[in-house]
Design a binder for this molecule. Structure first.
Ligand code: NAD
Length: 484
C-alpha cells in the first residue's frame, strides 16, 4: 500500500501563543513532520507571535528544542530541521497592545493562504480578531484556528462566537477538537458509510447499547487551578465525547462535505434527552500510590470538581429510541485507553445448545493505544469438542495492517492544520454545534450544582467510582475493562 501525500498550497501560518506549551508540544513538531513528509510546501512560512521578547533566531532555537523533545529521535533529520527552521520567524506581539502588528503585516505575503492559530487563552480571541482586521492583516480568505475550551457554558460560548463573528465569517473559523483529527475517528465514518455491512444494523433494533470511554492515567497536577473551573464534564464530555457520540449516531450525510456532516451531527445533539440525575456519576480521585489526591492538586481543599464522570444518555429519534449511550471519562484511572464499543443484540433465536458460550457481537473502535478496530464474532471452538461456541476478535490494528506506513499517519493536530490550509472544515466544530452541546450540558451541571452533589472518591489506578459500575449493572450491562 502506498500512502499518498498531497501537498497543500503554500501558506503563511501565524501562531499566536507560539512559545506556549501547545505550540511546543503539538503544533510546531507537527508542522515539522508535515514538512518532512512533503506536505508543507517549501515556500510556506510559520511565524510565532507571543508576548515574549524574542527575535527570529531565538524562536528558531526554541522550535529546534521542541522538535528535539517531541519528535521521535529516528524522525529527526539535521538537514530537514535546518530547512524547516529557515521557514520559521517570530514577531513579538501583545494581543492587547498596539506594538508588533505592523511588523507582522510586513511579514505576510500576498497570494498565499493566511492562517492564524489562536493558541492563547480564549479571553484573548476577541482582541486578536479585532486587531488582525484593524491592522489590515486578515482578509476575507484568511482563516483562524481556535482552541478549546470554547466557552464554559452556553452564555460564554455564545459570547465567544459573537466576538469572532464580528470579524470573521463562519467559513473562516476552525474550532479544533483534536479527537476529530484521529485516524480511527475518521475511519468510523468510512466504516459506516463506505460499507453496506454495518449500516442496516446500525439502529436500536440491532444495537443493544454503545459505550464511549476516554480514560487517562495522569491527574491534574500542575493544572489544578485551570481544571478546577472546568471538570470532566466541561473538559471532555461536552466536546470530545459528544463529538464521538455524534459520529456514531448521526444519519448518513448526503455527501462528505463540511456542512452536510455538521448538519447531521447537530441533529444528534439536539435530539439528546436531558440526563436524569440518577444516570450521572461523578468522581474525584483519592490519594494513593505515593501521590496526592485531586484536592491536593486543586487550589481548593473542599473542591467539588469531578475528575471522573460517567453518564447514560438517550437520543430521541427513530434510529436510537431505547438504545442507551454510556459515556465515561476520568483521570488517574488504571490505563490510558480511549475506545468506542458498539454492542449488538442477541440473534432472535439460537439453534445451538451452548448458551453459555454465547457472547454479543461488539464492534470496538480503539482511539488509543494501538489505533484500530476489532469486531468480536462468535465462531465454533476449534477441535473435536462438539459444537461449542467461542468469541474471537476480527482484528484490524492499523499498525499491523499498514506496517511501516502506520508511522507516517499524521497525528490529529498535523492533519487538522493541513485541513485548515486546504480550507476543509469537515473535522471542525461549527458554532451552532458547540452551542447545542452546551445547551445540553448546562442543565446537567446546573442540576448537580443546585443539589450540592459531591463527587464520589475513587482509588487511583482503579476503573472509577463504584457507583459507575452500578450505573451499568442496574441495566444488566457491564462496562468493558479499561485496558492499555
Ligand atoms: P501556555 O500558557 O503554555 O502559552 C500561552 C501562550 O500565549 C504563550 O506563548 C504566551 O506568550 C502567549 N500569550 C499570553 N498572553 C498573551 C498576550 N496578551 N498576547 C500575546 N500572547 C500572549 O498555554 P498553552 O498550554 O499553550 O495553551 C494555549 C491555548 O490552547 C489555551 O487556550 C489552552 O486552553 C489551549 N489548549 C492547550 C492544550 C495543551 O495541551 N497545552 C490542549 C488543548 C487546548
Amino acid at each position: 500500500m502506498v500512502s499518498r501525500v498531497i501537498p497543500v498550497d503554500p501558506f503563511d501560518l501565524v501562531i499566536f501563543g507560539g512559545t506556549g506549551d501547545l505550540a511546543r508540544r503539538k503544533i510546531l513538531p507537527g508542522l515539522y513532520r508535515r514538512f518532512v513528509a512533503g506536505q508543507m510546501p517549501a515556500d510556506s512560512r510559520i511565524i510565532g507571535a507571543a508576548r515574549g521578547e524574542l527575535d527570529d533566531a531565538g524562536f528558531q532555537k526554541m522550535v529546534a528544542e521542541a522538535i528535539a523533545e517531541f519528535v521521535p529521535a529516528e524522525r529527526q533529520d539535521k538537514a530537514a530541521i535546518k530547512a524547516f527552521l529557515e521557514r520559521v520567524g517570530y514577531v513579538s506581539i501583545d494581543a492587547k497592545g498596539t506594538g508588533g502588528w505592523d511588523a507582522l503585516k510586513s511579514r505576510m505575503r500576498e497570494n498565499v493562504v493566511r492562517a492564524f492559530y489562536f493558541s492563547v487563552a480564549p479571553a484573548l480571541f476577541g482582541d486578536l480578531a479585532e486587531r488582525l482586521h484593524a491592522h489590515g492583516i486578515a482578509d476575507a480568505w484568511s482563516r483562524i484556528v481556535v482552541e478549546k475550551p470554547f466557552g464554559r457554558d452556553l452564555a460564554s460560548a455564545k459570547a465567544l462566537n459573537a466576538v469572532l463573528a464580528e470579524h470573521f465569517d463562519e467559513h473562516q473559523i476552525y474550532r479544533i477538537d483534536h479527537y476529530l483529527g484521529k485516524e480511527t475517528v475518521q475511519n468510523l465514518m468510512a466504516v459506516r458509510f463506505a460499507n453496506i455491512l454495518f449500516e442496516p444494523l446500525w439502529k436500536a433494533e440491532y444495537i443493544d447499547h454503545v459505550q464511549i470511554t476516554v480514560a487517562e492515567t495522569v491527574g491534574v497536577e500542575g493544572r489544578g487551578a485551570y481544571y478546577d473551573k472546568s471538570g470532566a464534564m466541561r473538559d471532555m464530555v461536552q466536546n470530545h465525547l459528544m463529538q464521538l457520540l455524534c459520529l456514531i449516531a448521526m444519519e448518513p450525510p448526503y455527501h462528505f462535505d463540511p456542512d452536510a456532516v455538521r448538519d447531521e451531527k447537530l441533529k444528534v445533539i439536539r435530539a439528546l434527552d436531558p440526563v436524569k440525575p440518577e444516570d450521572i456519576v461523578r468522581g474525584q480521585y483519592l490519594p494513593g500510590g505515593g501521590q496526592g489526591g485531586y484536592v491536593e492538586h486543586s487550589e481548593d481543599p473542599a473542591s467539588r470538581t469531578e475528575s471522573y464522570i460517567a453518564l447514560k444518555c438517550h437520543i430521541s429519534n427513530w434510529r436510537w429510541k431505547n438504545t442507551p449511550f454510556y459515556l465515561r471519562t476520568g483521570k488517574r484511572l488504571r490505563a490510558r485507553a480511549s475506545e468506542i464499543a458498539i454492542t449488538f443484540k442477541e440473534p432472535p433465536h439460537s439453534i445451538f445448545d451452548d448458551a453459555q458460550g454465547w457472547r454479543e457481537n461488539v464492534l470496538v473502535i480503539r482511539l488509543q493505544p494501538n489505533e484500530g478496530m476489532n469486531l468480536m464474532m462468535m465462531i465454533k471452538e476449534p477441535g473435536p469438542g462438539g459444537m461449542r461456541l467461542m468469541q474471537v476478535p476480527l482484528d484490524m490494528s492499523f499498525a499491523d495492517a499498514l506496517g511501516a506506513e502506520a508511522e507516517d499517519i499524521p497525528d490529529a493536530y498535523e492533519r487538522l492544520i493541513m485541513d485548515v490550509i486546504r480550507g476543509n472544515q469537515t473535522l471542525f466544530m461549527r458554532g451552532d454545534e458547540v452551542e447545542a452541546a452546551w445547551a445540553w450540558a448546562d442543565p446537567i451541571i446546573a442540576g448537580w450544582e443546585a443539589r450540592g452533589d459531591r463527587p464520589q472518591g475513587y482509588d487511583p489506578g482503579s476503573s472509577g467510582p463504584e457507583d459507575a459500575l452500578m450505573l451499568m449493572h442496574r441495566d444488566g450491562r457491564r462496562w468493558r475493562e479499561i485496558k492499555g
